[in-house]
Structures are given as C-alpha cells and as structure tokens.
Ligand binder design. Structure first.
Ligand code: PRT
Ligand code: ZN
Length: 285
C-alpha cells in the first residue's frame, strides 16, 4: 500500500486526541510526539506535526493527504479539501459576544460596530447573509480582551464552556456555527492512496463504533428471557447459551453505556443475575 501523509496539530487542544485516535487504530508511530514527522512500521502512514491553522492549506496543496483539524479552520481557510469524517471531539461553537452590560436588541445591534476576530471569513459570510455592515478587526489571538482594551465593540470567537466570555465581562448573543474535530482529505488523491485512506477510515470507524458501547453478560431464568431481550436495546439478536443449572441461560449482548444505567434496574426486576459489563476494544459490523 502507498504511504498516506496525515497532518495533525503539533501542540494544542487537538494533538493528544489525534494521537490517541491513531494509537487506537493499532498504528504505532516510530518516534515520540512533538517531532516534525513520525512514521509507522505497521501501517503505511507518515504523520506530520503542524500548526492547526496551516493544516487545510497543506492538505489542499498535497503536502499532506489527510488532516485532523477543527472544522472552524476548514470553514475559515476555504481551501479545496473535503471533510470525510467527523470525530466527535473538540466540540465548540463560533459566537458573537458583546459587553455584558449592553442591551442586545437583535442582530441589528452589530450595524456599524467593530468586531474583533481571528475568523474574518466566517464572520464576513454571516454578516453579509444578515445584511449587517460592520468593521471586522482581524487579530490572531486573545480576541476576548479586544473590547476591554478599546479595539472593538464586540468579538467573534470560539466558545466552549463560556467561562472566558464571563471572565472578560462579555455575553454570547449569536451562535454562528458549531465545530468539532474532523478528518479532511485533498481532492486529488491517487487511487493507490485512496486504498490506504479507506483502510485508515475503516479502522477509525471501528474504533469510534466501539466507543460508548459495552459488552453485557447476564444470567436469567429461561421463562424471563423474552422479557429481558425486549429491555435490551442490543445490536442484533442477543446470544443465548444454556447454563449448567437447568432452566437458566447466559445472555450476551451489546449495550450503549448511557442506556445501561437506565435499564439495569428493569433487568434485575425481571430476574437478571450476575450482570457483567465489559469494555469493547473494536467493533466491526
Ligand atoms: O498552535 P496552533 O495554531 O496549532 O493552536 P491554536 O492555539 O490555534 O489552537 P488550539 O489548540 O487552542 O485549538 C485547536 C482547536 O480546538 C480549535 O481550532 C477548535 O477547533 C478546537 N477548540 C475546542 C477550541 C476550544 N474548544 C476552545 N475553547 N479552541 C479554542 N478554544 C479557546 C477559545 O479561543 C477561547 O479563548 O478557549 C477559549 C474559550 O473557551 P471557554 O471554555 O472559556 O468558552
Ligand atoms: Zn492555530
């Protein structure tokens, strides 16, 4: 298989989880993190460690074939790349925020105002769509202090818990878009590279599917099995095996971690005993 070059963030909010994903795919990288390039002996992959802002460009230029990056950077950079998979981590939103004490009258509040941001393109698109004429002050970091130092009347920035806004006496008034980590790919991958890509995506799908799911084993009297099966939301039909003790069976199935706590009481009420819940490492359907 042809080697695939994957760009991930060198250091920051996405780096650890990106490396975890690669490791969970059973791909071991040759060198420690924080190097410029790492290779793997057991999968045709080369990992490039870059700044997240640069990843869409490197992928569209073909320097890297794939990238793991925040969707916000993809939307902002407007490079020729396609999002091929959402990864379910680094969730955040891009929002407009104004000083806490200002009365917010709706989107027209922004008419004629100065808005500081590191995401001028996304903001510009939003303002145009809403017919707002405002001045965008592009800055590369510490956007949240822009109103306090008199650089702008409001800000447009990433919000996660909202505590940065609160500690800077700002309030979130418009959510413009949501973001999470995604895998992006270049538009012109060779067929050979696509094969490696499919293999890599298959592995990531397998890892993601297993997350949040648990293998459940329990014992139950045979006359209660039907009821217990109707409680279990399982993947397909559960496996039933007879126990040595007559009239009893062992039932095996897969449950979602979140659902487990809401059904465990009902399982017990209906005669389930010796319930075991075991982590699943890989799940292939
Ligand atoms: O050095 P490099 O350029 O690679 O890194 P960076 O500093 O630009 O990015 P980094 O590591 O801060 O973030 C990488 C990606 O993580 C972002 O592009 C988003 O996709 C995602 N992400 C998720 C976040 C946040 N959550 C987040 N909370 N990125 C930044 N923040 C910052 C935000 O800028 C603000 O200052 O956290 C603050 C807000 O957080 P709350 O929780 O106080 O609301
Ligand atoms: Zn960055």
């Amino acid at each position: 298989m042809v080697t695939l070059k994957v760009a991930i963030q060198k250091s920051g909010r996405l780096s650890e989880k990106s490396l975890d994903l690669i490791a969970e795919c059973d791909i071991k990288l040759s060198q420690g993190k924080r190097k410029l390039i790492s290779v793997s002996d057991d999968f045709p992959i080369e990992v490039l460690f870059l700044r997240d802002d640069d990843i869409p460009k490197y992928v569209s230029d073909g320097v890297a074939d794939l990238g793991i990056v925040g969707e916000n950077e993809v939307l902002e950079k407007q490079k020729e790349v396609k999002v091929i998979k959402r990864l379910g981590f680094a969730h955040c939103r891009l929002s407009l925020a104004i000083p806490q004490d200002d009365v917010y009258s709706g989107i027209s509040w922004f008419q004629g105002k100065r808005i500081a941001t590191s995401y001028p393109r996304i903001l510009d698109g939003f303002l145009k769509k809403n017919g707002i004429n405002a001045r965008i002050e592009e800055i590369s970091g510490s956007v949240e202090i822009a109103t306090g130092i008199g650089l702008a009347d409001s800000i447009f920035d990433i919000v996660s818990s909202g505590s940065t806004l609160i500690s800077n006496r700002l309030k979130e008034v418009e959510v413009v878009c949501h973001s999470e980590a995604v895998i992006i790919a270049g538009l012109a991958l060779s067929n050979e590279k696509k094969k490696t890509l499919n293999d890599f995506i298959f592995r990531t799908d397998t890892v993601q599917r297993s997350k949040g799911n648990k293998y459940i084993l329990l014992n139950a009297p045979n006359d209660k099995l039907e009821k217990i099966i109707s409680i279990l939301p399982g993947m397909k039909s559960p496996t039933i095996m007879p126990l040595y003790e007559k009239g009893w069976s062992s039932l095996h199935s897969v449950v979602n971690e979140k659902e487990f706590w809401s059904i465990v009481g009902e399982l017990k009420e209906n005669g389930a005993e010796g319930i075991l819940v075991i982590p699943i490492e890989k799940m292939i359907v």
